[in-house]
Write a protein of this length. Sequence first.
Length: 310
Amino acid sequence: MLNWIVIGIGDIATRRVIPAIQAEPRSRLYGLVTRDPAKAAPFGVRVWSNLDEALADDAVQALYVGTPVFLHAPQTIQSLRAGKHVLCEKPMAINEAEARAMLQAAEQSGRTFGVAYYRRCYPKVQRAKQLLAAGAIGKPVLAELTCHSWFDGTGSRSWLVDPAKAGGGPLFDIASHRIDVLNYLFGQPQRVAGQLSNVVHHYAVEDNATVMIEYAGGVRGIVDVRWHSKVSRDECRIRGTDGEMELSPLNGPDLAYPGARENLPPHANLHYPMLENFVDAVDGKAPLLSSGASSFWTDWITERARRSPK
């Protein structure tokens, strides 16, 4: 039985992460780290007000880091050095240098280190990877992913517009997931260009970002994310020399390609298959689908997108 603690009791933790731990038969929710003990009371587990105290408990084996982005690197590194396995919320870190330090800590500790890019576990994303390898659309040449929504920077997630806490705006929050999907499908990125700006909302982070990524073999990925659209979009399509693959909406079940359409819904709890895979990796039963090593390349891309000439 793997004893988990969760650091930070936010929306994702309460709706998905904690239920996933409670449902995974080899896992146990052992405790919670929070500055507000009242949030932890409903779960009936151990509660610590700081991470130092939690890591001193030898029964703790694994941590889910669910805090804002600026805390990911220090909390992950501290936990790995304490000999714990770590599954960290995305994006991995505030910048590439922090991400490298996290990888180094994981290598030195010998513990399992994953990042919560759960879309790698979507059945249709895994099926798309198989079909692309089998030549279902010929040679892939262009992948386009968009995610558009409205976010004015207020409410419980207002920290997302504070660059000191979040690192960036939609580039970090929603583009990171889609960039990781591209990396999963097409491998290590080669070159990056990006454009970030504020068109509608003039908070301290960008309200839109467009990233273009070149992959080996000539595949080009384009990710466009916006927080100023009152029309929601969640599009994903891949074009090849012999046809097109449609995965829109990315969070939906449909996958269409030349001559066929498949219905492959994700798990009801999107975080559960990822957590299950993480436990498999800890047990040595399966490779980790979303590792620190694979997730590093998303931070590599976002760093270069932010630095692109404007």
